[in-house]
Design a protein around this ligand. Structure first.
Ligand code: NAP
Length: 407
């Protein structure tokens, strides 16, 4: 390895030297046709014409590292079939946050009958109007939308799903379908008190990404990966409906799971490697570098910049060994030696975290915090504290030196 001083001066260049960015581009198989484009054409025609998606793929069993899993694909649901399947349904989207926006607009563009239900005069009411939902026609107060809907898509915040349940529950009448995008409310029913009536189908479609990504990928003619699950199957059609709704809201591939597994893995992942874990690792490494006399720029470059700009995209594109192979033999030897040490140190933390998810501790904390009147301000205060940490202040300057920097 070069000396620390040399490496500090060359940190930005090192990013591209060790692992060229171009190599990080993921090439995805082209979809057979863009659903959003097909939907636009279909909507423009006076009578819905048959969509031209070729069904060259379909439900398939794939081998994931020796374990067989069934995957559903949208190519099994050409647009005309989708529109026909839901021709007698009204999708009532309750809540218009990130998921409401993405799922609602996609289902609407797919030519389905969609209405939105949110608090009158709230932020979401305004946002929905900006997106073309019309009060009294396609935009209603929550209770009214539920009454009008046949498929009730509960996309309120998880805390609000619990607090509004006493009003919502009596409106979920036989024949309706209850839909969620997270297993949270149902699985932790002892804390949320969300217990659906026994005579309705209860299903889940959980996109593996933010609602903004759900929308962007759809507009690009691609689709987000989602999980599907069934909690209650009264009609015998619950799974089929979940797959169809998954396609309707813009999914490309649908992985089957259960409500429990979806919520456990989701809460675990975001507290772990996806967010909390990575934040803790970044900070611990940065602090040790700083305590040993390294400059903020050097500590940031060796901790965050090279990770996010160079190495992690390589893992995403072709796996961990691919990333290792893009690095020097010196780096490979050391990382191979230290990986098991980090695994051993971290595994007990992950075990503790999983238990905390499973026994509902994480849920109770989230419900308590996010039910406060001041939850937005309280969260903003903690995030501001992160923004003001030296590591992230140093990061702002490092980012400003990127060739493609946009303020
Ligand atoms: N965001 C993601 O990345 C993601 C990914 C997959 C699944 N999910 C799941 O999708 C669901 C929706 O999440 P989200 O992120 O889209 O929404 P969110 O931001 O958590 O919730 C926003 C919606 O909840 C409404 N709301 C909040 N408190 C309310 C109350 N007391 N009474 C009535 N309405 C209230 C808001 O309306 P106002 O504007 O009127 O306050 C807004 O329409 C959740 O179950 C979530 O776990 C989210």
């Amino acid at each position: 390895m070069a000396s620390i001083a040399t490496r500090s001066a060359q940190a930005i260049r090192a990013t591209s030297r060790r692992a060229p960015r171009a190599a990080a581009k993921v090439s995805r198989p082209a979809q057979s046709a863009s659903y959003s484009l097909l939907a636009a054409r279909s909507a423009a025609a006076s009578t819905p014409r048959r969509a031209t998606v070729e069904s060259v793929r379909g439900i398939k069993t794939l081998d994931f590292a020796g374990s067989k899993e069934v995957i559903y694909e949208r190519s099994d649901w050409p647009l005309a079939k989708l529109q026909d399947y839901f021709k007698n349904d009204t999708l009532a989207l309750i809540g218009y946050g990130s998921q409401g926006h993405g799922q609602g607009l996609n289902a609407r563009d797919n030519g389905l009958n969609v209405i939105v239900g949110v608090r009158e005069g709230g932020e979401s009411w305004k946002q929905a109007q900006e997106d073309g939902w019309v009060p009294g026609e396609t935009l209603f107060p929550i209770e009214e939308a539920i009454k009008r809907g046949t498929i009730i898509m509960n996309l309120l915040s998880d805390a609000a799903q619990s607090s509004t349940w006493p009003t919502v529950a009596p409106l979920i009448t036989p024949g309706k379908t209850l839909y969620f995008s997270h297993g949270f409310s149902i699985v932790y029913k002892d804390d949320t008190h969300v217990v659906p009536p026994p005579d309705v189908d209860v299903i889940l479609v959980a996109p593996k990404g933010s609602g903004r990504t759900v929308r962007t990928l759809f507009k690009e003619g691609r689709g987000i990966n989602s999980s599907i699950a069934v909690w209650q199957d009264v009609t015998g059609k619950a799974k089929e409906k979940a797959v169809a709704l998954g396609v309707a809201i813009g999914s490309g591939y649908l992985y089957e799971t259960t409500f429990e597994k979806e919520v456990y893995s989701d809460l675990f992942g975001e507290r772990g490697v996806l967010m909390g874990g990575i934040q803790g690792m970044f900070l611990a490494q940065y602090k040790v570098l700083r305590e040993n006399g390294h400059s903020p720029s050097e500590a940031f470059n060796e901790t965050v910049e090279e990770a996010t700009q160079s190495l992690y995209p390589l893992i995403g594109a072709k796996g961990m060994d691919y990333m290792y192979n893009a690095c020097s033999t010196t780096a490979r030897r050391g990382a191979l030696d230290w990986a098991p040490i980090f695994e051993a140190a971290n595994k007990p933390v992950f075990e503790k975290l999983y238990e905390s998810v499973k026994n509902g501790t994480e849920t109770r904390k989230a419900l308590e915090f996010n039910s406060r009147d001041t939850y937005r301000q309280d969260l903003a205060k903690e995030l501001k504290e992160i923004d003001e940490q030296e590591i992230w202040r140093a990061g702002k300057t490092v980012r400003s030196l990127r060739p493609d920097y946009k303020p």
